[in-house]
Design a protein around this ligand. Structure first.
Ligand code: PEP
Ligand code: MN
Length: 371
């Protein structure tokens, strides 16, 4: 199914105050005072459109705080009435949807542990049929773009038009700087696949720690994301969940004031001309790269035929080791990162192997058969 996004431009959404569309509030609603105090302070920050708070918390281990449940929905309703902010919470099953809608929640999001499960997403979609509410779909915890798009499609099928995606990073086995790997190429690919779909970045769950929130938020803005979801708490150190990554409303304000917002495009004809010219050059270089790779593969195929004829294995690891070391040194001398060279050459090498495998196993002619 092709995803149709009618009237979904984020700038037309209720509550939109400009880029970034800002969603903030505590990881979890903990008490009426904590919710009201955080919301009152956030309402003073002009960029904040939606107050978020988790009511039902998906926790990794069962002995941690699992949310206050329905009681918290009353506090969110109070926030809406007293501050004028829109309010949002996470839903993970049909009952959550019914309860949240009963309390007039404006925005529902589907968490990363839910969007991995098509049964649950479908159940939520069925509960949303014909309802007019904002729905944001977080990426699944594993970096699977089809699963993410599938979840978005299921929600769109319920007739939800104010629909968006939240990029919150992907879990990985290795311990890394951030709590969840951003894998920026996934939201970039999502934008390419569904250009009109609003994408909100959630730096809090990517970072896992306050110190990285600014750099991730800035990166999201530079990649032209539509909004940010940043967790905030009046007293982060005392938070019952995600204490290390929450900001006080005051620190949120400081972070926002340091964000540099660049334009996604320009209408200045002179600048457009210059960019057009430079992009032509890029296109020419890309063509060269393709031609060079084509030629390289042809040579690899010829080598493959010799290997076949002489019954020797495709992979000679000493030769490969020598190539990768040499190109990394040469690449660095040209100002290219070792990471780039490593990724590109591993991919090229794999492609050569694939071409040679085909020759080895498909009864392709040997070089001595050629005229
Ligand atoms: C949250 O937003 O508090 C949350 C639980 O997020 P995620 O689903 O991204 O882990
Ligand atoms: Mn959280």
């Amino acid at each position: 199914m092709e995803l149709k996004l009618e009237n979904s431009l984020i700038k037309d959404w209720r509550g939109y105050k400009g880029r970034p569309f800002l969603i903030s509030g505590p990881c979890s609603a903990e008490s009426e005072e904590q919710v009201m105090e955080t919301a009152t302070q956030l309402a003073q920050i002009k960029e904040v459109s939606v107050f978020r708070a988790g009511i039902w918390k998906p926790r990794t281990r069962p002995n941690s705080f699992e949310g206050v449940g329905i009681e918290g929905l009353k506090w969110l309703r109070r926030v809406k009435q007293e501050t004028g902010l829109l309010v949002g919470t996470e839903v993970a099953n049909e009952r959550h949807v019914y309860e949240a809608l009963k309390y007039g929640i404006d925005m529902l999001w589907i968490g990363a542990r839910t969007s991995v499960n098509p049964f649950t997403v479908q159940e939520i979609s069925d509960a949303l049929n014909g309802v007019d509410v904002m729905v944001l779909v977080k990426n699944p915890i594993n970096p699977d773009i089809e699963l993410w798009i599938g979840a978005i499609e299921r929600i769109a099928r319920a007739g939800i038009t104010r629909i968006g995606a939240i990029h919150r990073g992907f879990s990985s086995y290795e311990k890394t700087l951030y709590r969840n790997q951003p894998n920026w190429q996934l939201p970039i690919e999502l934008r390419r696949r569904i250009p009109d779909l609003p994408i909100i970045c959630d730096p809090s769950h990517i970072a896992g720690s306050r110190q990285f929130l600014h750099e991730i938020s800035q990166k999201a803005m530079d990649l032209n994301f539509d909004g940010l979801m940043l967790e905030s708490h009046i007293d982060p150190a005392k938070a019952l969940s995600d204490a290390a990554q929450q900001l006080t409303p005051n620190d949120l304000k400081k972070l926002l004031s340091r964000l540099i917002l660049r334009n996604a495009s320009t209408s200045d004809p002179k600048l457009l001309d210059v960019l057009w010219e430079l992009r032509q050059q890029i296109d020419v270089y890309d063509e060269h790269l393709l031609d060079l790779m084509e030629q390289r593969m042809k040579v690899a195929e010829t080598i493959g035929r010799y290997k076949k004829e002489n019954n020797i294995t495709i992979l000679q690891s000493s030769r490969w080791d020598e190539i990768i070391k040499r190109v990394i040194i040469k690449g660095q001398a040209k100002g290219l990162s070792a990471e780039l060279i490593d990724t590109i050459f591993k991919a090229i090498h794999q492609e050569s192997i694939n071409h040679q495998m085909k020759i080895m196993n498909n009864g392709v002619k040997n070089p001595s058969d050629e005229k």
